[in-house]
Design a protein around this ligand. Structure first.
Ligand code: AMP
Length: 142
């Protein structure tokens, strides 16, 4: 089966263009990271390439080294910022696999022993909490 074409009006494309606000924690030439507004745990962050692709399946392979480098950088900062026992990294391709926003992104979620994740795309977090968690990660990155 072939995937549908990239929709340039998806919500992450709008965030990348600055049309919708985000709690941004990192940006470089190729990638951006911001807080997930419906976190599955405090510190849940998304890492995206700036270039357009629906998911990993149609991504330009030359972008992937930049993307995974940012994923690693942000994961290390998140582990430190949240004193995490582990870090969960996930990436979904197409609705059947759980994808709900169609611009390639990785989820980075700090994990603590014995604490379950909240549901995917569950409850919207308070803005002040997201801002505070973003600050912690930015500090760990610097
Ligand atoms: P996925 O199912 O992998 O496509 O995940 C999309 C993620 O985007 C979910 O975890 C949502 O909570 C999150 N999300 C949706 N809208 C926004 C937004 N405006 N800003 C940040 N995260 C969002």
């Amino acid at each position: 089966m072939t995937s549908p074409a990239y929709d340039p009006n998806n919500i992450f494309a709008k965030i990348l263009k600055g049309e919708i606000p985000s709690y941004r924690i990192y940006e470089d030439e190729h990638t951006v990271a911001f807080m997930d507004v419906m976190p599955q745990a405090p510190g849940h962050t998304l890492v995206l390439p700036k270039s357009a692709s629906r998911n990993l399946l149609d991504a330009d392979p030359t972008v992937l080294p930049h993307l995974i480098t940012t994923v690693q950088k942000v994961a290390v900062a998140i582990q430190e910022a949240f004193e995490a026992d582990g870090v969960y990294i996930a990436q979904f391709n197409e609705p059947a696999a759980g994808q709900t926003v169609f611009h390639l992104h990785f989820h980075i979620i700090p994990r603590h022993e014995g604490i379950a994740l909240k549901p995917h795309s569950g409850k919207m977090e308070d803005g002040a909490v997201l801002a505070e968690n973003a600050k912690k990660i930015i500090e760990a990155l610097s």
